[in-house]
Design a protein around this ligand. Structure first.
Ligand SMILES: [Cu+2]
Length: 121
């Protein structure tokens, strides 16, 4: 005679397995598109406002930079540079594909202006 309890357990396990496959997230879903992170960053008196920019790994980041003095903005880690002139907005765009904490400095004077924090996604 078949052990009914065993049959029930097998059916439950198979059912849960089926649910797992039916409900698991679809990796091709549109939710995987990169999130856009835009920030207005003002450099005043040698420091950034906000001083720290926090994004998530995979974000499409745009920093809209303004400064009260001419400055050569250097984002370490990503090794990106942009010259920012007073009275002008300069965009620094990149995909945050590298997680970690990165210094943003005035490359000419090597003065730290602020920090970019990319949190692992
Ligand atoms: Cu530098």
């Amino acid at each position: 005679m078949v052990n009914r309890t065993l049959v029930v357990i097998v059916l439950v396990v198979l059912g849960l397995g089926g649910l797992f496959f039916a409900l698991r997230p679809d990796s091709t879903a549109s939710g995987d598109e990169p999130r856009e992170s835009d920030y207005d960053v003002a450099i005043e008196g040698g420091s950034m406002n906000p001083a720290e920019i926090s994004v998530e790994e995979g974000d499409q980041v745009t920093l809209r930079l303004t400064s009260d003095t001419p400055v050569e903005v250097h984002l370490h880690g990503y090794d990106l540079e942009e010259e920012v002139s007073p009275g002008e907005e300069t965009e620094l765009s990149f995909e945050a594909d590298l997680a970690g904490r990165f210094e943003i400095e005035d490359h000419e004077t090597e003065t730290p202006l602020g920090t970019l924090l990319v949190q692992p996604g």
